[in-house]
Design a protein around this ligand. Structure first.
Ligand SMILES: *[C@@H]1O[C@H](CO)[C@@H](O)[C@H](O)[C@H]1NC(C)=O
Ligand SMILES: *[C@@H]1O[C@H](CO)[C@@H](O)[C@H](O)[C@H]1NC(C)=O
Ligand SMILES: *[C@@H]1O[C@H](CO)[C@@H](O)[C@H](O)[C@H]1NC(C)=O
Ligand SMILES: *[C@@H]1O[C@H](CO)[C@@H](O)[C@H](O)[C@H]1NC(C)=O
Length: 215
């Protein structure tokens, strides 16, 4: 994983914000879009509720669209977790939260064939109002599945930069320490010499040594 991946920067900023406010704030963090075959892949979909939506009943639909293909339903949440008949059957796991703000699913054992666009559609129907208004949100995750966890160029570069920085900082620290040590010991020596000079020199001599101010 690249250290300075562009998707990580907003995510960590959001995390920082969340930590600093110290409140259970719902933030719509985007999903990762890269997966390695044979591993489980969490398709993250967060649909934050507004206060009035807490009283709504939620339906979640997950769709998959292969490259050049059409969307088809792969998972549905409607009063409980439900998998629908699809090539994904048996490989999908609900990974959302109880309050249905996080409606993520996990694809187990993802294959190269699973690359494509995943769509998570969330609809909420208000329970307390007579006319039952709907709120819909939709998020798309363009997923790319790779054969191996290839270290991409940016992560290699940032790793190298990190090591250079470490070495540089260590050297700098060493040089600074040596320099400081020398400075201190010189100052101490000088102070000692000064002190002994002062004591050794008789007072008349010292007065003589003062350069007379010429008129
Ligand atoms: C959701 O996924 C995380 C890691 O991806 C896992 O640790 C957790 O157990 C999952 N939760 C559920 C309810 O499946
Ligand atoms: C994952 O998929 C591969 C090939 O599709 C299969 O050989 C393997 O048994 C699967 N592993 C699990 C844990 O399902
Ligand atoms: C991958 O997809 C192709 C075409 O969509 C299909 O023929 C093939 O069986 C799939 N392979 C696996 C392992 O699902
Ligand atoms: C998901 O919701 C969006 C916005 O309401 C809609 O445009 C789209 O057609 C929906 N996707 C599917 C596959 O129904």
């Amino acid at each position: 994983m690249p250290v300075f991946s562009p998707s990580l920067v907003p995510a960590s900023l959001v995390l920082l914000f969340w930590v600093s406010t110290c409140a259970p704030v719902c933030v719509e963090v985007p999903s990762e879009t890269e997966a390695v075959q044979g591993t489980p892949m969490k398709l993250r979909c967060i649909s934050c509720m507004k206060r009035e939506e807490v009283e709504a009943s939620t339906v979640v639909e997950w769709f998959y669209r292969p490259e050049g293909g059409k969307d088809f339903l792969i998972y549905e949440y409607r009063n409980g977790h439900q998998e629908v008949e699809s090539p994904f059957q048996g490989r999908l796991q609900w990974n959302g939260s109880k309050d249905l703000q996080d409606v993520s699913i996990t694809v187990l054992n993802i294959t190269l064939n699973d690359s494509g666009i995943y769509t998570c559609n969330v609809s909420r129907e208000f329970e307390f109002e007579a006319h039952r208004p709907f709120v819909k949100t939709s998020q798309q995750i363009p997923l790319r599945v790779t054969e191996e966890a290839g270290e991409d160029f940016t992560s290699v570069v940032s790793e190298i930069m990190m090591y250079i920085l470490l070495v540089f900082l260590t050297l700098w620290l060493l040089i600074e320490m040596v320099y400081c040590y020398r400075k201190v010991s010189k100052a101490e020596e000088a102070a000692q010499e000064n002190a002994s000079d002062y004591l050794a020199v008789p007072s008349e001599n010292k007065e003589n040594s003062v350069v007379p101010v010429e008129e």
